[in-house]
Design a binder for this molecule. Structure first.
Ligand SMILES: *[C@@H]1O[C@H](CO)[C@@H](O)[C@H](O)[C@H]1NC(C)=O
Ligand SMILES: *[C@@H]1O[C@H](CO)[C@@H](O)[C@H](O)[C@H]1NC(C)=O
Ligand SMILES: *[C@@H]1O[C@H](CO)[C@@H](O)[C@H](O)[C@H]1NC(C)=O
Length: 389
């Protein structure tokens, strides 16, 4: 007995071991199949970057689209922050457009051209007011989106952060700036006045705008010639085409870069596009150009008391090539850099103190404080646009 018990015991043990072994194999195979299924399924059916990685990154949820783009021309996930932002906390974010993540999101970015917001605001969640246009052109006024500014003004204490071109935004998103750089290839300076027979070109397609720039140009035309291309004039040239740029570079000494709205801090891409040409931009906008373009690279209408005073100065430059060429000495020493605002926003979210109080009235901040102006031909001055306040 003493010998059979152990042998049976051993036999049983071996049997059990075999049985266990088979079980393990089956189980492992099953596990493999399941994981393979998930990998393949996820690859085939899931959009990338929709799940937060749980890595301590701040999750930014894009609530609606930015002019139809659900990635806000930035990108979903973590990649864009790693690629475009300086190291550190400005990179510590990821984005998603999956509304199912509403509860988990640290920040909800709403492009407020149209109006749509989540129904619930979760605790410690930052709601971000995002817009890129000046107030007169900020809001979609179509039939299915009536009266966005009115609805904004009814929202009190809802937005915690702002991301706009305004320099007092929490995250500043501008159209960019020119920054100095060391060129290895020396710029080939030449006489930019040579062969130019015409003075001013203006490319414009929106005639009736909040700034009333058309009326300013009409007043300017009392003193100097302005050739108007596009829908608001009688000359044609496909805008931004090489053909058109070459024509300007050969013929014109100046190009107009006037904003459609003259509002606090607002400078669009117009001036940067114009600086690419071999003509001096004549600018008008609500921002401080000294901070975004090289010294002595543009002529600012705001520095002249009247259209006549501006015209007189242009005539002086027209007669003196040395003075005129002085506006091109920056060429080859500056380059364009954009500022999409998301690095700022990420930095802000990572540094946020719990005590940040929401904006009491977004309408007052964004619309009223912008103090938009329009050209008043009778008074010959830029007056506050009363229609907007
Ligand atoms: C350009 O190079 C000079 C000399 O190497 C240096 O002193 C200067 O800081 C550089 N400027 C920029 C904008 O990198
Ligand atoms: C624009 O900015 C420059 C440099 O920062 C400053 O000196 C100047 O006073 C500003 N101009 C206006 C009109 O605010
Ligand atoms: C052009 O302007 C420069 C700089 O002000 C001056 O020295 C020069 O005499 C002017 N030339 C003419 C022809 O007026």
């Amino acid at each position: 007995m003493g010998s059979t018990i152990p042998s049976t015991y051993i036999m049983e043990k071996i049997g059990l071991k075999r049985y266990k072994c088979q079980l393990y194999i089956v189980f492992t195979l099953l596990l493999l199949i399941i994981s393979l299924y998930f990998v393949l399924f996820q690859k085939a059916n899931m959009k990338p970057n929709l799940e937060p990685s749980g890595s301590g990154l701040k999750l930014i949820l894009f609530w609606n689209t930015f002019y139809g783009n659900e990635e806000y021309y930035w990108g979903l996930g973590h990649e864009a922050f790693k690629k475009n932002c300086p190291t550190g906390l400005a990179q510590n974010c990821e984005t998603s457009s999956d509304k199912k993540l509403l509860k988990k999101a640290d920040a909800i970015v709403m492009f407020t051209r149209q109006f749509s917001k989540p129904h619930v605001k979760y605790q410690n969640q930052q709601w971000v007011f995002f817009n890129v246009e000046p107030p007169p052109h900020s809001f979609d006024s179509s039939d299915n989106m009536p009266n966005v500014p009115q609805r904004l003004s009814e929202l009190k204490n809802v937005f915690d952060l702002t991301m706009t071109y305004r320099l007092d935004s929490d995250a500043i998103r501008t159209y960019g700036q020119m920054v100095p750089f060391n060129s290895s290839a020396p710029h080939n300076f030449h006489n930019y006045a040579e062969g130019k027979e015409k003075l001013i070109a203006w490319f414009v397609s929106h005639c009736d705008t909040s700034s009333n720039r058309m009326a300013y140009v009409d007043d300017l035309k009392q003193h100097v010639d302005v050739d108007i291309y596009g829908d608001c004039g009688d000359l044609k040239c496909p805008r931004f085409s090489d053909e058109c740029n070459d024509m300007v570079n050969k013929k014109y000494k100046f190009v107009l870069a006037l904003e459609n709205a003259i509002c606090r801090d607002y400078i669009s891409e117009k001036v940067f596009n114009s600086l690419k040409l071999d003509a001096v931009p004549i600018v008008m906008g609500g921002g401080n150009y000294s901070n975004v373009v090289p010294t002595h690279s543009v002529i600012n209408i705001a520095d002249y008391l009247s259209p006549k005073a501006l015209a007189d100065y242009l005539k002086i430059l027209d007669k003196n090539d040395t003075l005129y060429n002085g506006y091109f000495t920056w060429k080859g020493k500056f380059e364009f850099r954009d500022r999409p605002g998301f690095c700022d926003l990420c930095m802000k979210l990572n540094h946020l103190s719990q005590s940040k109080t929401p904006y009491k009235n977004m309408y007052n901040w964004y619309v009223r404080d912008a103090k938009c102006r329009r050209w008043n031909s009778q008074a010959q001055e830029w007056s506050i646009d009363e229609g907007l306040t």
